[in-house]
Design a protein. Structure first.
Length: 174
């Protein structure tokens, strides 16, 4: 009779469990890093889309936290996601909406002086109304945090090194 003995199966299962126990923390770190990168890349994409739309259509475009579902009114919490609104004063139209998943990292937006940022606006020439600083954090703390910045010229920059701000210095998380 060909087959495996109970001892052989138990040894194989034991080895598999040991390998999984060793791989699980690395896998969890990879998942958390991918969530941070995904949210950061999505924000950079949304800000660049808003600037490009303002340049293309020659009307102001606003990026702000998501408000009520289906509304063009801005919310107050960037952690819920953001929306891109064309011509926010005359005839507002949502061009893009990006909702953050429940398990997403925390997104905090401030101005250059550290006050909370209600929105980022781009004028018809693609210039930003204010310098915006975004910090993306997860439960591991500031050493893994990511940053995104818009400057007055409308340029969007992402911090190249986790834990370091695109505008210089170390990041802090709430």
């Amino acid at each position: 009779m060909a087959g495996f003995t109970l001892i052989e199966l138990m040894v194989t299962v034991t080895i598999a469990v040991i390998l999984l126990a060793l791989a699980a923390p690395a896998f969890q770190g990879m998942v958390l890093n991918n969530r941070l990168s995904g949210l950061t890349d999505g924000l950079v994409s949304g800000l660049n889309f808003a600037r490009g739309s303002a340049l293309k259509t020659a009307v102001p475009v606003l990026v702000c936290p998501i408000g009520a579902t289906g509304s063009t009114r801005c919310g107050a919490d960037w952690r819920l996601g953001w929306m891109v609104i064309a011509d926010p004063i005359a005839s507002p139209a949502v061009l893009q909406r990006s909702t953050a998943p429940v398990s997403a990292p925390t997104l905090v937006a401030t101005t250059a002086d550290g006050t909370p940022l209600p929105s980022v606006s781009f004028d018809a020439r693609g210039l930003a109304g204010t310098t915006a600083r975004f910090t993306v954090c997860d439960p591991r703390g500031a050493a893994y945090a990511r940053s995104v910045q818009t400057v007055a010229t409308g340029s969007v920059q992402s911090g190249p090194v986790p834990g370091q701000a695109a505008w210089g210095g170390a990041l802090t998380c709430p």
